[in-house]
Design a protein around this ligand. Structure first.
Ligand SMILES: CSCC[C@H](NC=O)C(=O)N[C@@H](C)C(=O)O
Length: 699
């Protein structure tokens, strides 16, 4: 008797010790510092970045050859005020940034006040000496552009262009008046002129301001949308992108048509412009991405470089600025180019790509550089980590980047161009309590969707080899996103990566599914037929993920849950509505619950297939499936959401109430779509984990 009791005690002790060795708090795994806005001066080796430490966002700088980080600001509250538009003056003496707003939303320049501070909040343009000093508030404004002449900064205020001395020695003043919503301000290389885009509804012009004695010079004005002005290195020419103006007969909503665009080059001395390149008239040749990700740059040897999706993958191309020649593909291969930057001499491009020697690199990011005049790519980083947001230092000796792994969150780093060695910066900013070693390394898995498409996913498996485990399908947002085999390089998805690690530590198996409409797997995957409100063809990948889990050894098929934010919240709601028998519980975080929209736009004839589209939108909307929606559901939304209206959740809650369907809710006043206040990110993650634990783990 005594012996068996002793063995039992030993077993309990070992189990408890093992469990303690794997468990950690949600707060500890969310305590990582998050770097963003990594930038470099055009000369020398100065770099700067913003660091978000549990909501306290501050500015850091460093300089070669040691690149020892130095904190420039001392904001000490978790008040939701993000730092954006970070830039260093050409002479390296000044750093400029914007504090406030939510620049991942459609109303970026509108202040956010997630602390519900009675004093309100602002969006402020601030300068500070690189060597350190007191931040100087120049104006309530946004989108700065430091003059190459180094003593003043232009910026936008109420869609007009203003200017201020960098040291704030004089009050800011409006530089000139121009009709329309003005933006995309860009100084000429000598600082004597300023190009800008004047958006005027269905068209936009590019203007060049010189001084108050001369009228604004409108650059080959047409009935088109002109944008992305880029100065030639000698300041004599201006290149830009031209698209058709809005208008014309209402297109079919289902048909997939080429969206024409072209690159123009204008000689400013004569005003004569030429079209140097026109996109191939194919669906893939359309303007790439939802973010107008053209990345047009003027390179050395009178060449222009840009991104196009025309061969089925997002690649870099070069074309002569004199026109008359085809574009040259610089980055051939089945991978996607992102986050492109050009060297100060225009001879090199550096970018992040999901490519490398390891076939699993399609679900990672590594740094690649390529000359601007030939397809001679060099993959500079490799391994199981992720490297993103590369930028050359002004002296082209170093590439600054962000680095993460499966167990380590993002940190700024520098890579020597000559020996490719990577040095992490600010490692000491990861709190000692951060549970890095306790985190699992997610595995790449693939499975087939019902239509045969290969779907990639990341599998987070608990370290304890218990049987009959509950599981969670995690659905990212966007939907133009790709989750990766490590800490994600977007703030929003770093939070969910941490939560997935925490859910795994609780005993869930988590499958993060890269469904179609996502990026990283080519054009046809990113732009599938009948996606979104046209039929939600992407949903089949979500259901296939749950069925893969249900058939996976050790998983309890009756305890598969689902959660996701934004577009992920939409697909979570669709899953719970359509397949409550497969999904036993779910959390819809600021999701889109109805896709209804008015297909008839004022003053235009309805689309030929408007009725068909309206029916598809109903079939694609989660609220259409209330009768079969039976699984426990938690709805979470913040009401200053500028990406997905809070009313999407108000409407769903009302429908649940009218149906007398029991649900749980978490409404967060005054935060936005991106949990600007760290304590709200913790609150939302905790509510999600607790709900899934109660409904699936504790059962
Ligand atoms: C029509 S769904 C909109 C979802 C939203 N997209 C842009 O705002 C979204 O998913 N946002 C975040 C999470 C993202 O862009 O990744």
């Amino acid at each position: 008797m005594k012996r068996s009791f002793l063995f039992l005690l030993i077993f309990i002790f070992i189990t408890a010790f093992t469990l303690r060795a794997q468990t950690f708090s949600l707060e500890s795994v969310l305590s990582y510092p998050f770097p963003s806005e990594l930038t470099a001066a055009n000369t020398g080796s100065k770099i700067a970045w913003a660091m978000n430490e549990q909501g306290r966002r501050n500015l850091y700088v460093a300089e070669g050859p040691d690149f020892n980080p130095r904190k420039l600001t001392s904001y000490d509250k978790d008040d939701g005020q993000e730092i954006t538009s970070l830039s260093i003056s050409n002479n390296g003496k000044w750093v400029v940034f914007v504090r406030g707003g939510d620049h991942s939303s459609r109303e970026g320049s509108v202040s956010v006040n997630p602390s519900s501070d009675p004093a309100g909040a602002k969006v402020e343009l601030i300068s500070i000496p690189f060597e350190g000093g007191k931040p100087i508030i120049l104006a309530e404004a946004d989108h700065p552009a430091i003059s190459p002449a180094n003593h003043q900064v232009a910026f936008l205020k109420n869609s007009q262009v203003w200017i201020s001395p960098l040291d704030g020695s004089l009050p800011a003043k409006q530089m000139f008046h121009a009709r329309g919503q003005n933006g995309a301000i860009s100084w000429s290389p000598d600082g004597s002129k300023l190009a800008f885009v004047s958006s005027r509804g269905d068209h936009s012009f590019i203007g060049v301001y010189t001084d108050e004695t001369r009228p604004i010079n409108w650059i080959t004005p047409a009935f088109s949308r002109d944008f992305s002005p880029r100065w030639s290195p000698d300041g004599k020419n201006l290149a830009f992108i031209r698209m058709q103006g809005q208008g014309g007969a209402t297109d079919s909503l289902f048909a997939r048509k080429h969206q024409p665009w072209a690159i123009w080059n204008v000689d400013l001395s004569t005003g004569n412009g030429i079209q140097v390149w026109k996109a191939p008239e194919t669906v893939q040749g359309s303007l790439p991405g939802n973010d107008k990700n053209i990345n047009l740059n003027w390179a050395a040897n009178n060449r222009l470089v840009f991104i196009s999706y025309q061969d089925g993958w997002q690649h870099l191309y070069a074309v002569s600025a004199s026109g008359g020649q085809p574009a040259q593909l610089l980055t051939p291969g089945n991978f996607m180019v992102e986050q492109v930057n050009i060297s100060s001499d225009g001879k090199w491009l550096v970018f992040a790509a999901n490519t490398g020697k390891d076939p699993q690199d399609i679900d990672r990011r590594h740094i690649v550089k390529v000359p601007t005049d030939k397809p001679a790519m060099e993959i500079l980083s490799s391994g199981t980590g992720l490297e993103t947001y590369p930028v050359f230092t002004g002296d082209n000796s170093t590439i600054a980047l962000l680095s993460s792994t499966a167990q380590r969150p993002l940190l700024p780093a520098v890579m020597s161009v000559s020996n490719r060695k990577i040095k992490l910066l600010a490692e000491e900013m990861i709190p000692a309590s951060f549970p890095g070693e306790k985190l699992v390394v997610p595995k790449q898995v693939t499975f087939k969707a019902p239509d045969g498409k290969t779907i990639h996913a990341q599998l987070f498996e608990p370290k304890s080899a218990s049987k009959n485990k509950p599981a969670i399908v995690y659905v990212h947002g966007g939907p133009q996103r790709q989750m990766v085999l490590g800490w994600h390089f977007m703030d929003y998805y770093s939070i969910d990566y941490a939560l997935n690690q925490y859910l795994t530590s609780l005993g869930f198996t988590v499958l993060s599914v890269n469904y179609r409409l996502g990026i990283g797997y080519g054009f046809d995957f990113h732009k599938p037929k009948n996606g979104g409100p046209l039929g939600a063809s992407e949903y089949q990948d979500i259901k296939a993920a749950a069925e893969w889990l249900a058939a996976h050894p050790g998983i309890d098929a009756t305890r598969i849950g689902i959660y996701g934010g934004s577009y992920g919240g939409y697909l979570t709601a669709l899953a719970l509505g359509r397949d409550s028998k497969l999904f036993a519980a779910g959390v819809d975080i600021h999701g889109v619950n109805n896709r209804f929209s008015n297909y008839a736009s004022e003053g235009k004839e309805p689309a030929p297939d408007a009725l068909l589209a309206a029916k598809a939108a109903i079939a694609s909307s989660p609220v259409t499936y209330l009768d079969t929606w039976t699984s426990p559901t938690l709805i979470i939304h913040a009401d200053d959401d500028r990406n997905v209206s809070f009313s999407q959740s108000v409407d769903l809650a009302r429908r649940f109430e009218d149906k007398k369907f029991e649900f749980e809710l978490l409404a967060i006043p005054d935060d936005t779509h991106h949990w600007m206040k760290h304590s709200n990110a913790v609150k939302v993650s905790k509510a999600t984990a607790d709900f899934l634990k109660r409904k699936l783990l504790d059962k």
